[in-house]
Design a protein around this ligand. Sequence first.
Ligand SMILES: CC(C)=CCC/C(C)=C/CC/C(C)=C/COP(=O)(O)OP(=O)(O)O
Ligand SMILES: [Zn+2]
Length: 450
Amino acid sequence: MESSRKARGTKTQEEQWMVENDVGQIYSSVSSIPPNAQSVFLEIRRDNHIQYLMHGLNNLGPSFSTLDANRPWICYWILHSIALLGDSLDEELEHSTIEFLSRCQDPDGGYGGGPGQMPHLATTYAAVNSLITLGGPKSLSSINRGKLRAFLLRMKDASGGFRMHDGGEVDVRACYTAISVASVLNILDDELTQNVGDYILSCQTYEGGIAGEPGSEAHGGYTFCGLAAMILINEVHRLDLPCLIDWVVFRQGVEGGFQGRTNKLVDGCYSFWQGGVAVIVQKLHSVICEQLGLSKVLDSECDSESYHDYETSDISDVEECTVETSCPLGGTCHRRKEVSFADIGVDFISNKRAIAPIFSSMHLQQYLLLCSQEGAGFRDKPGKPRDHYHTCYCLSGLSVCQYCSSADADSPPLARDILGPYSNLLEQLHPLYNLVLDRYYEAHDFFSKF
Ligand SMILES: CC(C)=CCC/C(C)=C/CC/C(C)=C/COP(=O)(O)OP(=O)(O)O
Ligand SMILES: [Zn+2]
């Protein structure tokens, strides 16, 4: 792996970038302002962001030509950003977005990058998450779940992994997008999950993070995908979690942002990919303690509403584990306990975050608000232009930061956990799907009827 440090005494790529872009200057000029005046700089420019996002969606018509094979993604980035900001579309725009996404749906299942295009797992994930974010019976019932399941099965590879599209590449992103849509639409079953865990496990590297394919380099995007998918198929205990945690905590840079992989620059979008991993592991205390050979903190110890009041305990309460039971489809099943796939997403949210945040949430919020936020929209880093992808994942990362210090999903964050004014508070999201939590619950209720 290439190191960014050229020779002793020279600057790393990261140090060079900080100097060139005046990142130290941005931070010190804000901290030299009296605290009561700082909030102007630390405020989320909510109205400006919404205006920028609405403009993007209004231009997503048949004449829209840039990123032509990615239009469901643009819908998702914009709709999810608007939902995180607590806003929604007017009826006409909502109707035309549902119509547009319906035209991207393939008659044989799945969604393509535009009307008439070949179905693809990434755009299927984007379209399904967009329709769930829009919510309501018209939007949710527009998804042909039976055909979608058939498409997912056609994309399944002999390795256990999934292919992005017919004849396309098999990777961890394909595994996650397939598992995420199947889980949220309540069509996940033993046939779809068979050997997916083996494939993802083969992508965890010596560094602890997860790569896109076996033998590649660990990366934040794939680590998020692999970890979330392993939870959704109830096989997360098979990953080396202490090693994964060790890797992710060292990905937060001195600027406060996260990098995607070792020796690369920080980028606002990794606030969600890596920040998402960091908050997901807060809920995995039981399996982490077991892997470390430690006793679990009793649930009763976790009744507090915030980590500021937490104390750990070494009281022995290790859960019994059932490993390698026989699988209805034959072979070995790596599930620990019989749980219904339909309940995993809801159970995940109702579990307490029994581990305190493993990254500096304040420092990440500082990077996002001062370095990634533009007058309207967000960017990777100073010097780069804003775009809808970074707006979506920077806002998702901010939401993750704002809620990560509350022990459970029902307790609102404390003012001290929000950088800037409390009016910066965004909607809470479900970190396994990256959907606003209320929209996830609506979809879960809707699809549990089938
Ligand atoms: C749900 C879904 C489709 C998830 C996708 C996850 C994701 C963001 C994967 C990243 C892929 C990758 C190796 C980027 C490296 O780009 P780079 O070399 O330009 O960036 P870097 O220098 O920051 O590594
Ligand atoms: Zn980025």
